[in-house]
Design a protein. Structure first.
Length: 172
């Protein structure tokens, strides 16, 4: 229950202005990536709109997947405001969440506080992380893990509910 409350707190902080998910070239109408050969790494850049009274929010995510497997997720959530109270609230919330993941290898998290923003960065290497320990922290309900593997389609489906837009990045 505690895990769900923490998750809902963070999601609730950002869920004010949203847009629909954009289909990428590698996705069918459901956001599925089933037509991608399993050995080809796909990089998607995703954004989510949010609004904040007294500030603004920049939400960016980098997904790296092979076939149906989500290999790596990078999350960059930036709250910009001239209000120290707003920045303190977000900084405290982010730091409380990070404490739950302390000691979990392949889960990198940091909170950077400057005068006019707080940046929460999370990098998860799903190819190497201990999935059981991750699920012990996050819970199995409403998770992107299926049969011990992070699934890109489950992430895209969950992200769609929160108005995330993803586009494929052509890495050179």
């Amino acid at each position: 229950m505690k895990k769900k409350v923490v998750f809902l707190l963070i999601v609730g902080l950002f869920l004010v202005g949203c847009q629909d998910i954009e289909e990428t070239k590698d996705s069918d109408s459901s956001g599925s990536s089933s037509n991608i050969p399993s050995g080809v790494m796909i990089h998607r850049h995703c954004t989510r709109n949010g609004s904040l009274s007294g500030g603004e929010v920049e939400l960016n995510y980098e997904l790296y997947s092979t076939g149906e497997v989500l290999n790596r997720l990078e999350s960059y959530e930036k709250v910009i405001s001239s209000s120290g109270d707003i920045l303190n609230t977000y900084e405290d919330a982010y730091n409380k969440i990070i404490k739950n993941y302390e000691g979990l290898e392949y889960y990198e998290a940091s909170v950077i506080r400057e005068n006019d923003y707080v940046l929460n960065t999370i990098k998860i290497d799903y190819d190497h992380i201990d999935i059981k320990k991750l699920l012990d922290i996050e819970g199995e309900e409403d998770n992107i893990i299926e049969d011990g593997t992070a699934k890109v389609d489950k992430w895209l489906e969950l992200a769609k509910k929160f108005g995330t837009t993803c586009t494929e990045v052509k890495d050179s």
